[in-house]
Design a protein around this ligand. Structure first.
Ligand SMILES: *[C@@H]1O[C@H](CO)[C@@H](O)[C@H](O)[C@H]1NC(C)=O
Ligand SMILES: *[C@@H]1O[C@H](CO)[C@@H](O)[C@H](O)[C@H]1NC(C)=O
Ligand SMILES: *[C@@H]1O[C@H](CO)[C@@H](O)[C@H](O)[C@H]1NC(C)=O
Ligand SMILES: *[C@@H]1O[C@H](CO)[C@@H](O)[C@H](O)[C@H]1NC(C)=O
Ligand SMILES: *[C@@H]1O[C@H](CO)[C@@H](O)[C@H](O)[C@H]1NC(C)=O
Ligand SMILES: *[C@@H]1O[C@H](CO)[C@@H](O)[C@H](O)[C@H]1NC(C)=O
Ligand SMILES: *[C@@H]1O[C@H](CO)[C@@H](O)[C@H](O)[C@H]1NC(C)=O
Ligand SMILES: *[C@@H]1O[C@H](CO)[C@@H](O)[C@H](O)[C@H]1NC(C)=O
Ligand SMILES: *[C@@H]1O[C@H](CO)[C@@H](O)[C@H](O)[C@H]1NC(C)=O
Length: 519
C-alpha cells in the first residue's frame, strides 16, 4: 500500500518534470521575404455558398441576414475589403432563371433532394448583405447541356448584379462528375474543353462579354493521375486558345462522408495533422504551376475539410478552425490566390450512401438561421480561423508568407508574414491534440514555448493574439475566442486581450494558434 502511494508520487513528480512546455527554436527567419509566396490577395479567405441556399445566408433587401452582415464586416475590418463570394455548388447544375419567378423556388424529391432550383430577379437581393467591396463569381448551369439556360443566367447576372461587382463567370460545377449522369459515361476532359470553348465563344458573342472573363475548371477530383480532368489537362487541350479564361479553379475536400470507407477515416486526429494538410495541398502544385505559367490565377473555387456536408463532432468543432488556419495559410504559401470556403446544406442527391441527412452542413462557418440541427443562428466554432487568417494577411495588399520548416515538431505549423518586404508577423499553430477532457498535466506536455526575442525590435514590442478554445473537440462558441473575445452573434463579446511577449517568449497550448505582431 505504501509502495503503491510512493509509486504514484514518483509518477506525479515525473509527470510534472516531464510536462513543462516544450521549448522550440524556430529556424532563422529572414527579415526580407525568402522562399516566400506571391503577394497575398487580401481576399485570400473567400466564400462559396451553395446556390440554392444563398437566400438563407443572405436574406433579402427587406430582411437582410444580420448575422451574415456582421460576420462579413469583421473580415472587412481586418483586410479593408470584403471576401469574394461564389454562389455555386451542385445545385447550380439544375438551376433555371425565370424573370417571372420569385426569389427562389425549389423543386424537391420526397427524400429532400433538390432537382430543380428556379430563381427570379429577387434572388440577387441576397447578395446585398455582402460588403460593397465583395466581388462575385457567377456560376451558371452546364449540367443541363442547354446553352440557352446558361445564357439567360449570365444575362440576368449582368442585369441584376452588374459588371462592377462580377469578378468572373463560371460554367458548371464539378464537370468531372458529369460522366454517366448528365453526360454519357465516356465524357472526358477533351469533351469538357471542347464544350467550354464552344459555349464561351457563343456566349461572348451573344452577350458581348469581355475577353478573359471565365473561371475554367471547377473540378472535384483530387488531381492524381486517375483524375478525369484537371487544370493541366484542359490547358494541354487548348482551353486558352480563345482568350476566354481569366482564372483556373479546382475544388479541394481532403476527407469525405460520401461513403463508409472514407467516413471512417474522417476523424479529428487525421484532419488536424500538419503533415496530412500539407501533403494533400502539395498534390495541387502542378495545377498551380500550370495556371501561373499561363499568366492566370489559380484558386480553390470551393473547399472544406470533409465533403458530403462535413461530419458531426468533427467539422463542427474548434478542430475545423485549426484545420482551416493551416490549410489556408499553406495554400497561400503555394500561391493559391483565393480559397472559397463552402457554406452549404446536405443534399440527398450528393451520393447514394452518404452518412448525412438534410440540414445545414456540419462544416459551415456560421449557421445563418435557426434550425432544428443547430438551434439559434450563430457563428460556428470555426469562425475565429477567418479572423486569424485575415489579420495575418492584413490590409496593406503587400504581404507574403512562407512556411517555416520545423521538422523536429511535425505538429507545429509556423508561418512568417512579411509586410511591404519586411518581417511583420508570425502565425503559429500548435496542432498537437488537447481535448476538452485532457488533463492539465497532459495539456502541459503538448504546450510549446517559442523564444521570438531575436525578431522583436525591443523587449515589450511583440503583441500576441490568440485563437483559443477549451479543447480541440469544443463546440462551445461562447468559449472559443480570438484575442479573448467570442463572436457568437457576429460581434466581439468579452474584453479584448492583446498579450505581450514575455521576455520575448510565447507559449502556445496544444490545439491553439497565435498571431504574433513583431512590430
Ligand atoms: C510562388 O510565387 C513566387 C513568385 O511570386 C515564387 O517565387 C515562388 O517560388 C512560388 N512558390 C511556389 C511554391 O511555387
Ligand atoms: C424577404 O424575406 C422575408 C423573410 O424570409 C420574406 O417574408 C419576404 O417574402 C422576402 N421578400 C422577397 C421579395 O422575397
Ligand atoms: C433541363 O432543364 C429542363 C427544363 O427545366 C428540364 O425539364 C430537364 O429535366 C433538365 N435536364 C437535365 C438533364 O437536368
Ligand atoms: C442572343 O441569344 C438570344 C437567345 O437565343 C437571341 O434572342 C439574341 O438575338 C442573341 N443576340 C445576339 C446579339 O446574338
Ligand atoms: C494522417 O496522418 C496520420 C499521422 O501521420 C496518419 O497515420 C494517417 O494515415 C493520415 N491519414 C490520412 C487519411 O492521410
Ligand atoms: C456526436 O456527439 C453526440 C453527443 O456526444 C452524439 O449524440 C452523436 O451521436 C455524435 N454523432 C456522431 C456522428 O458521432
Ligand atoms: C521553402 O520552404 C519549405 C517549407 O518550409 C521548405 O520545405 C523548403 O525546403 C524551403 N525551400 C528553400 C529553398 O528554402
Ligand atoms: C481527442 O478526441 C478525439 C475525438 O473527439 C479522439 O479521437 C482523440 O483520441 C482524443 N485525443 C485525446 C488525446 O484524448
Ligand atoms: C451581440 O452580443 C453582444 C454582447 O453580448 C451585444 O452587446 C450585442 O448587442 C449583440 N449584437 C447583436 C447584433 O445582437
Amino acid at each position: 500500500m505504501f509502495g503503491h502511494r510512493l509509486c504514484l508520487c514518483l509518477l506525479l513528480v515525473y509527470v510534472r518534470i516531464a510536462c513543462v512546455a516544450i521549448h522550440v527554436t524556430l529556424p532563422k527567419i529572414s527579415s526580407h521575404p525568402t522562399n516566400a509566396s506571391q503577394i497575398l490577395d487580401r481576399r485570400l479567405a473567400s466564400f462559396s455558398i451553395e446556390f440554392s441556399y444563398l437566400p438563407s445566408f443572405g436574406g433579402n433587401a427587406s430582411n437582410p441576414n444580420l448575422l451574415t452582415k456582421e460576420l462579413m464586416q469583421r473580415l472587412v475590418e481586418r483586410t479593408g475589403v470584403g471576401p469574394d463570394v461564389r454562389p455555386g455548388g451542385i445545385t447550380i447544375d439544375s438551376s433555371i432563371f425565370n424573370p417571372d419567378a420569385s426569389a427562389l423556388e425549389l423543386t424537391e424529391s420526397s427524400s429532400g433532394g433538390i432537382y430543380r432550383t428556379t430563381y427570379g430577379p429577387a434572388f440577387y437581393e441576397s447578395l446585398g448583405v455582402f460588403p460593397d467591396t465583395s466581388r462575385f463569381v457567377i456560376t451558371v448551369n452546364l449540367g443541363n447541356d442547354t446553352i440557352g439556360i446558361a445564357r439567360d443566367e449570365i444575362a440576368a447576372a449582368i442585369k441584376y448584379v452588374g459588371w462592377d461587382r462580377i469578378y468572373a463567370l463560371e460554367i458548371g460545377n464539378e464537370a468531372d462528375h458529369y460522366a454517366g449522369g448528365s453526360r454519357p459515361s465516356t465524357w472526358a476532359s477533351s469533351d469538357y474543353t471542347a464544350q467550354f470553348l464552344g459555349w464561351t465563344s457563343v456566349l461572348t458573342k451573344n452577350l458581348s462579354l469581355p475577353h478573359n472573363i471565365f473561371q475554367a475548371g471547377g473540378f472535384a477530383e483530387d488531381p492524381l493521375p486517375t483524375a478525369p480532368m484537371t487544370t493541366v489537362s484542359i490547358i494541354e487541350e487548348g482551353v486558352l486558345a480563345t482568350n476566354a479564361v481569366k482564372v483556373f479553379a479546382q475544388h479541394t475536400y481532403q476527407y469525405s462522408t460520401c461513403d463508409p470507407v472514407r467516413n471512417a477515416i474522417a476523424t479529428l486526429p487525421n484532419l488536424i495533422n500538419h503533415g496530412n494538410i500539407t501533403a494533400y495541398l502539395d498534390e495541387w502544385k502542378p495545377q498551380i504551376a500550370a495556371a501561373k505559367g499561363a499568366g492566370k490565377e489559380f484558386v480553390v473555387g470551393e473547399y472544406s475539410s470533409v465533403s458530403c456536408s462535413g461530419k458531426q463532432n468533427v467539422t463542427d468543432t474548434f478542430g475545423q478552425a485549426l484545420w482551416l488556419a493551416d490549410t489556408v495559410l499553406y495554400g497561400a504559401f503555394l500561391n493559391i490566390s483565393r480559397m472559397y470556403l463552402h457554406q452549404g446544406a446536405t443534399l440527398v442527391l450528393q451520393s447514394s450512401n452518404q452518412a448525412n441527412s438534410p440540414g445545414f452542413s456540419w462544416y459551415d462557418l456560421w449557421y445563418p438561421v435557426e434550425t432544428d440541427r443547430y438551434g439559434a443562428a450563430r457563428a460556428s466554432p470555426s469562425f475565429v480561423a477567418y479572423l486569424l487568417i485575415t489579420e495575418a494577411v492584413g490590409s496593406s495588399g503587400q504581404t507574403q508568407t512562407s512556411l517555416l520548416d520545423v521538422p523536429q515538431h511535425p505538429q507545429l505549423a509556423a508561418y512568417a508574414i512579411w509586410d511591404k518586404g519586411s518581417l511583420a508577423r508570425l502565425a503559429i499553430l500548435n496542432l498537437a491534440e488537447r481535448n476538452v477532457t485532457t488533463s492539465a498535466e497532459d495539456a502541459e506536455g503538448v504546450a510549446i514555448t517559442l523564444d521570438l526575442g531575436d525578431y522583436v525590435q525591443a523587449k515589450g514590442t511583440g503583441k500576441v493574439k490568440r485563437m483559443a478554445a477549451p479543447g480541440l473537440d469544443s463546440k462551445d462558441v461562447g468559449a472559443i475566442t480570438w484575442a479573448g473575445q467570442s463572436y457568437e452573434n457576429g460581434t466581439a463579446s468579452g474584453v479584448l486581450d492583446v498579450e505581450e511577449l514575455e521576455n520575448g517568449k510565447v507559449t502556445v497550448q496544444g490545439s491553439e494558434g497565435v498571431l504574433v505582431f513583431l512590430r
